[in-house]
Write a protein that binds this ligand. Structure first.
Ligand SMILES: C[S@@+](CC[C@H](N)C(=O)[O-])C[C@H]1O[C@@H](n2cnc3c(N)ncnc32)[C@H](O)[C@@H]1O
Ligand code: SF4
Length: 403
């Protein structure tokens, strides 16, 4: 429902807790996502809720708004422990280490965190200073995710990044010293990129032996600068050869491609993202943040006000949620598959029942079709995308769309 007239928290919660047709036998693990929506400069390919900082970041007011947002959201997750925290953006590393420390303190004071909780912070090499990364570690961040994209100066320029390759290298070197675990984000199929250039770029990333790599195919998103002024990009065949090269080189270097775009060394999978992919719950606070929360008889999606100033005003007035909706029963198979089929190990049918509250029979016919088309492999209750299913993932997921 839309919150034109502000709906009090207790009424909203009563709505979530009403009887319904779903029966969830248990609630899934809960994660927390915190969105910090500012960047030094807007990248031409980016459609995230990120805004160029013009007059500096209103850090103190935004942290107050996040605290108020979290406080008001506590009844929606009452008594549940938090598995992981992800501070994403935007460019969270624009915030001062003292600001991040106070944010983590605010979270710890209000939510029970699992022992050894993973707390990731996204960082941009353009905001890198040696002491700053160490101070984030001291503030309680346990994992850094660095948006490198490429180690090639020409490519970084072509995709409008604020940093150069030397800054990217320095940031990765420092992350390796300051953190037990960290991630490097890379993109491939960049403007004018050849297979040899991609292999060289990947080689430079692997030379750092990062614990985790995320590698994304550069996508032209609507309403971005690249959508209006498209650069010349590698064609689909070349992009597919690039992905093969990435899978091969990361495999040879000891990485496990545990998700379509995620590669980890043993013991370094991202707990937070795994929870999304296993259709877990997450509370999302901050401008434009999404949340997915399960109750005994329904699954609800919440959305916060998107524009940072509107968000701060609303959150400080105790009403950060712009709208929420119950996921319709018939949309649940697709929503579940959209996530779990991204995992190379797939899922157990018991997880489907537990996370959606639907019976196995709700997907049996479509699983049969996917198997007949060679897109999945079944072994007892386990369902795994086949290599072909991984290559044609959207076709496989689309089989579960509501009719
Ligand atoms: C939300 S961004 C945050 C990281 C940080 N703001 C940065 O860019 O340095 C997470 C990652 O998504 C990837 N990404 C963003 N836009 C993309 C696009 N249009 N196509 C493919 N990957 C994209 C980039 O690798 C980026 O590091
Ligand atoms: S730094 Fe990251 S979030 Fe910010 S505009 Fe660039 S890609 Fe988007």
């Amino acid at each position: 429902m839309s919150a034109d007239a502000i709906e009090p928290v207790d009424q909203r919660l009563a709505r979530y807790l009403r009887p319904g047709t779903l029966v969830l036998p248990a609630l899934p693990p809960l994660a927390l996502y915190v969105h910090l929506p500012w960047c030094l400069k807007k990248c031409p390919y980016c459609d995230f809720n990120s805004h160029e900082q013009r007059d500096g970041v209103p850090e103190a007011r935004y942290l107050d708004a996040l605290r108020a947002d979290l406080e008001a959201a506590l009844p929606f997750v009452w008594g549940r422990r938090v598995l992981s925290v992800f501070i994403g953006g935007g460019t969270p590393s624009l915030f001062s280490p003292a600001g991040i420390e106070s944010l983590i303190g605010d979270i710890r004071a209000r939510l029970p965190l699992e022992p050894g909780v993973e707390i990731t912070l996204e960082a941009n090499p353009g905001t890198f200073e040696r002491e700053r990364f160490r101070a984030f570690r001291a503030a309680g961040v346990t994992r850094l995710s660095i948006g490198v994209q490429s180690f090639d100066d020409h490519k970084l320029k072509a995709i409008g990044r604020v940093h150069d390759a030397a800054q990217a290298r320095a940031a990765v070197e420092e992350a390796a010293l300051a953190f037990d675990t960290f991630n490097i984000d890379l993109m491939y199929a960049l403007p004018g990129q050849s297979l040899a250039e991609l292999q060289a770029d990947l080689g430079r990333a692997l030379a750092f032996s990062p614990p985790h790599l995320s590698v994304y195919h550069l996508t032209i998103e609507p309403n971005t600068r690249f959508a209006n002024h498209p650069p010349a990009l590698p064609d689909a065949d070349l992009a597919s050869d690039m992905l093969d090269a990435i899978t091969e080189a990361t495999g040879a270097a000891g990485f496990d491609r545990y998700e379509v775009s995620a590669f980890a060394r043993p013991g370094h999978r991202c707990t937070h993202n795994l929870n999304y992919w296993q259709f877990g719950d997450y509370l999302g606070i901050g401008a434009g943040a999404h949340g997915k929360l399960s109750y005994p008889h329904r699954i609800v999606r919440q959305l916060r006000f998107r524009e940072p100033r509107a968000y701060m005003d609303a959150a400080l007035a105790g009403a950060a949620i712009s709208n929420d909706e119950e996921v319709p029963r018939k949309a649940l198979p697709f929503e579940f598959m959209l996530n779990v089929l991204r995992l190379r190990e797939g899922f157990d049918l018991r997880l489907f029942v537990e996370r959606t509250g639907l019976p196995r029979s709700a997907i049996e016919a479509r699983l049969g079709e996917a198997e007949a088309r060679g897109l999945i492999v079944r072994d007892g209750g386990r369902v795994q995308p086949s290599p072909r299913g991984f290559d044609f993932l959207s076709d496989l997921q689309a089989l579960f769309l509501a009719e």
